[in-house]
Ligand binder design. Structure first.
Ligand SMILES: CC(C)(COP(=O)(O)OP(=O)(O)OC[C@H]1O[C@@H](n2cnc3c(N)ncnc32)[C@H](O)[C@@H]1OP(=O)(O)O)[C@@H](O)C(=O)NCCC(=O)NCCS
Length: 309
């Protein structure tokens, strides 16, 4: 139960939180974000063989969600780029009470007694304390709807997972990367206007990727989970980028590299299969958040206190 209204309060009746990280990293996390406790079986240590069953299912969740996007993660990416340096936070349901459609979709092995992860958020600490890079958001809710699961409303699962995870990780300044045609942009925009660090990104395997950031505050987190009592100021759009319009992305990237600043002020709009994303000129050319702006330092060195033995 959260201390403020959210879009779908029943989610936390159906699902329980888990975290995957090393015991040492766990000390630096808030394992009761907004007072929501982990399930007793919800602390998963990737250094232990006993975690394998759960991690197999987490890999399955990635395959079900990112497989169709063409970006499923090899197992070593999970280990090297999230479980060891950062953390994975998500919502799960005990196998014993899992809905039959989900048991079939996840191919839960007979006899498995643990939690089955239905959503996850992965982030990696950047070089300055409090600055994190969002690596992966996955929710099985859409796949379960397609698989025919009815009667259980999992709407809002992706948004709730990202909001709780950012609080659990202690993120102060967030960066992420996503594609201009991604459904997930509807979620990312719930946190408030997104500052653009790139609009065209050849360093990524999908150059039509944007790099976006925002400051993580109580207000941004509550808004992301659907608390309509908090208000976020959003500038009006100056122009729109059509997903697929690489010339417009490259032109915007040129302007960013020349020192202009832009935000995505609000959610995209869909016209048929085409996604349009609003862009507002940041007339003050405010510096980017720490981590990616050479003019702003972070809060200190990385995750945790390096001086603590
Ligand atoms: C993207 C993903 C996490 C969404 O999960 P989810 O549980 O459906 O997320 P939520 O229900 O919290 O939010 C989805 C929001 O997007 C909106 N949305 C999605 N597609 C939309 C569309 N075509 N038009 C309008 N709104 C749309 C929904 O209406 C909802 O907003 P609402 O809460 O205001 O109604 C899930 O589909 C997924 O795992 N996708 C594959 C992996 C991926 O792309 N991850 C993100 C990488 S950056």
């Amino acid at each position: 139960m959260l201390p403020f209204p959210i879009r779908n309060p029943h989610l936390l009746d159906h699902l329980v939180p888990f975290v995957v990280t090393t015991p040492r990293n766990r000390e630096a996390l808030d394992l009761r974000p907004f007072g929501v406790s982990l399930h007793p079986d919800g602390e998963i240590d990737p250094l232990r063989v006993a975690s394998q069953g759960f991690l197999d299912l987490l890999h399955r969740l990635d395959g079900l969600t990112f497989g169709p996007e063409g970006m499923p993660m090899p197992r070593w990416v999970f280990y090297d780029c999230s479980e060891l340096p950062g953390a994975i936070y998500g919502l799960a349901r005990p196998a014993a009470t899992l809905w039959p459609e989900a048991t079939a979709l996840f191919q839960v092995p007979a006899g498995y007694q643990g939690l089955v992860p239905l959503s996850m958020y992965i982030a990696i600490p950047m070089a300055h304390r409090g600055v994190w890079f969002g690596h992966n958001l996955a929710s099985a809710a859409p796949a379960l709807r397609v698989a025919g699961m009815r009667g259980v409303d999992l709407g809002g699962l992706g948004s709730l997972t990202k909001g709780l995870a950012l609080r659990a990780f202690g993120v102060r300044h967030f960066w992420g990367a996503t594609q201009w045609d991604s459904d997930a942009l509807f979620i990312h925009c719930k946190f408030g206007p997104l500052r653009l660090a790139t609009a065209w990104t050849p360093a990524h395997s999908e150059p039509a990727t944007l790099t976006y950031g925002f400051d993580v505050t109580d207000t941004s987190l509550r808004a992301s989970m659907g608390d309509t009592t908090v208000a976020i100021a959003r500038p009006a759009a100056d122009f729109w980028i059509r997903a697929g319009d690489t010339e417009a992305m490259i032109a915007l990237q040129d302007r960013i590299e020349a020192g202009e600043r832009f935000v995505i002020p609000g959610p995209p709009r869909r016209e048929g299969d085409t996604q349009w994303t609003p862009i507002a000129v940041d007339a003050d050319a405010a510096p980017l958040a720490p981590g990616l702006d050479p003019r702003r330092r972070g809060l200190g060195p990385g995750l945790g206190d390096p001086l603590t033995p």
